[in-house]
Design a protein around this ligand. Structure first.
Ligand code: HEM
Ligand SMILES: *[C@@H]1O[C@H](CO)[C@@H](O)[C@H](O)[C@H]1NC(C)=O
Ligand SMILES: *[C@@H]1O[C@H](CO)[C@@H](O)[C@H](O)[C@H]1NC(C)=O
Ligand SMILES: *[C@@H]1O[C@H](CO)[C@@H](O)[C@H](O)[C@H]1NC(C)=O
Ligand SMILES: *[C@@H]1O[C@H](CO)[C@@H](O)[C@H](O)[C@H]1NC(C)=O
Ligand SMILES: *[C@@H]1O[C@H](CO)[C@@H](O)[C@H](O)[C@H]1NC(C)=O
Length: 511
């Protein structure tokens, strides 16, 4: 049954035929004798062949090969995952590769000059992915992350940008410290004993709580929402590149539809609570928040109810999907590198002493920032980002047609282009300043990560607060090298395995 999905679609056939069509349309009427027709056919085939082999000479990548190339490359993305397949192709063909997804030309780019070109220009501000999938998870022309309608995206992005800079950014560190302390206390039940922790779950609860304190501010059941966020992410990742035919069989994607609906319903409920609260308090709060801004925008007819719900959903999932895994990797690295832990801790102690970390400490925590950057470089979580060309363009000397899909392979760029020993984890890599064009963990330009400043502050706040109190050990001999991963929409551990860590209170560890 799956084979049917691989039948070359109309795009592909059209793509391979223009030379043939031109030849027959212009020449046949003038010299149509029976004998010349086969000759012309032969000529046509020759032209197609020449055209295809020319293409091969310009953009590196697997050959079209009568449509088999596109089937194989699409299959590779479906079976290996987007991240793994991207690395496979960049490794095999270099920093710019042409493949096909859904029969559509797709470039995988890891060369920094080309990555920066795409990020900088205004006509790559769209993404790609199955429209059915995006509809199923509510992202089609709603929210921000995979909103492919440029004008709605732009309007929605302004609400995110406002919520993630300025006064909120100033409050982020204090909220992060408060939330991390609360969660540590809850976990330990008032004692400070050595404790086994399901770290990923724990970090998701913290990152969700921080987002709630900053952007929404209504009571919520963390465990319940965290579980729904995880299923929503799995659904997003599983559906994003599925062939259209998959969505014709409701029985096949019913469970995905339910997972998406469950989180949407939960967010709707939170939104209703917030609206009720706004009505009850009458007077405006001294400080506004993201959810309040969205609700007012809806009242004024600027945003649709669907867009408001989806935008709130997306700002709530952004942290739990990215930061929790990133910090987990950082804790594993700290557990594996005691000398690095020692340096970070000395700096924390020098800068903050016995008090909690504050905003004006952040610029002095150089080693910590260096460590965070090196962790994101060495073991990234968000290592690819998907874009679409909205105009014809030249990228590093290659012609790129309007409509071409683009995968920016940032993880690969951070290994291939600048660092001398890319597969070694070393703080030395960031002791001298790295030119920005070689290190883009949050992307760059108009469609970059809108949460990048908040994300850096949150990571620092969580790490400092945890490390001041605890030293961490990984259980079951788990380390970055031996755990099992899923490398698809992001790079994250397969959570079928147990991923516990042990938190040992500092004052006990030192005895
Ligand atoms: C370690 C943490 C994080 C990493 C590594 C990360 C990385 C990224 C990357 C690479 C992109 C794609 C950028 C591009 O296409 O050029 C992105 C997009 C985005 N990120 Fe982050 N991110 C992180 C945390 C966050 C947080 C905490 C938030 C919000 C609170 C956030 C909100 C977003 C949004 C809304 C987008 C989509 C922007 C758009 O399409 O216009 N991210 N992120
Ligand atoms: C944890 O600490 C409390 C009080 O400090 C103590 O009574 C209890 O036995 C400890 N539990 C474990 C498992 O060590
Ligand atoms: C770490 O990365 C961020 C984000 O790219 C950058 O702004 C910052 O300058 C980097 N810090 C160091 C020490 O390299
Ligand atoms: C990165 O770290 C390695 C050690 O693993 C070091 O040799 C190198 O000089 C560092 N910096 C750069 C830019 O490669
Ligand atoms: C995750 O691991 C489990 C158990 O090893 C395995 O059955 C499952 O297929 C893995 N999931 C993915 C997406 O690789
Ligand atoms: C934690 O336990 C150690 C000894 O095990 C003790 O010295 C320290 O005061 C305790 N800290 C708190 C906050 O209870």
């Amino acid at each position: 049954m799956e084979m049917k999905e691989f039948a070359p679609d109309k795009n592909l056939l059209q793509m391979s035929q223009p030379a043939f069509q031109n030849a027959t349309a212009e020449v046949v009427p003038r010299m149509a004798s029976r004998a010349t027709v086969p000759l012309l056919l032969l000529l046509g085939l020759l032209l197609i062949f020449l055209k295809l082999s020319q293409k091969k000479a310009t953009l590196p990548g697997p050959s079209f090969c009568l449509g088999i190339g596109p089937l194989i490359s699409y299959g590779r993305f479906l079976w290996m995952g987007i991240g793994s397949a991207s690395n496979y192709y960049n490794e095999k063909y270099g920093g710019i590769v042409r493949v096909w997804i859904h029969g559509e030309e797709t470039l995988i780019i890891s060369r920094s000059s080309a990555v920066n070109h795409v990020m900088k220009k205004g006509h790559y501000i769209s993404r790609f992915g199955s429209k059915h999938a995006l509809q199923c998870i509510g992202m089609n022309e709603n929210g921000i992350i995979f909103n492919n309608n440029p004008s709605i995206w732009k309007q929605t992005r302004s609400y995110f940008a406002k919520a993630l800079t300025g006064p909120i950014l100033q409050r982020t560190l204090a909220m992060t410290v408060e939330s991390t302390r609360d969660h540590l206390e809850k976990l330990l039940g008032g004692n400070n004993n050595t404790t086994k922790v399901d770290v990923l779950l724990f970090l998701r609860a913290i990152t969700l709580d921080i987002a709630n304190r900053l952007f929404l501010r209504v009571p919520l059941h963390e465990g319940e929402i965290v579980a729904k966020v995880q299923k929503y992410f799995d659904t997003w990742q599983s559906l994003l590149l599925k062939p259209d035919i998959f969505f014709k069989f409701k029985c096949m994607y019913k469970k995905y539809e339910k997972a998406a609906q469950d989180l949407q319903d939960a967010v709707e409920e939170l939104l209703l609570k917030k609206q009720q609260e706004l009505r009850d308090t009458e007077k405006l709060h001294d400080i506004t928040d993201f959810a309040t801004d969205l609700i007012f925008a809806q009242t004024h007819g600027e945003l649709t109810p669907d867009n408001v719900r989806q935008s709130l959903l997306e700002i709530l999932i952004a942290g739990p999907d990215t930061m929790s895994v990133s910090i987990y990797f950082m804790l594993l690295l700290i557990a594996q590198h005691p000398e690095v832990e020692k340096k970070i801790l000395e700096e924390i102690q020098t800068v903050t002493g016995k008090r909690e970390v504050q905003n004006n400490d952040l610029q002095q925590l150089k080693i910590l920032e260096n460590f965070i950057n090196e962790s994101m470089r060495y073991q990234p979580v968000v290592d690819i980002t998907m874009r679409k060309a909205l105009k014809d363009d030249m990228i590093d000397g290659f012609l790129v047609k309007k409509g071409t899909n683009i995968i920016l392979n940032l993880g690969r760029m951070h290994k291939d282009d600048f660092f001398l020993k890319p597969y070694e984890f070393s703080l030395e890599n960031f002791t001298q300043s790295v030119p920005h064009c070689y290190f883009r963990p949050f992307g760059f330009g108009p469609r970059s990560c809108v949460g990048k400043y908040v994300a850096m502050v949150m990571m620092k706040g969580i790490l400092v607060t945890m490390l001041k109190q605890f030293t961490v050990h990984s259980d079951n001999g788990n380390n970055l090298q031996n755990i099992k991963y899923i490398h698809h929409l992001s790079f994250h551990p397969n959570e079928s395995q147990t991923l516990q860590m042990t938190f040992i209170p500092r004052n006990q560890a030192e005895d």
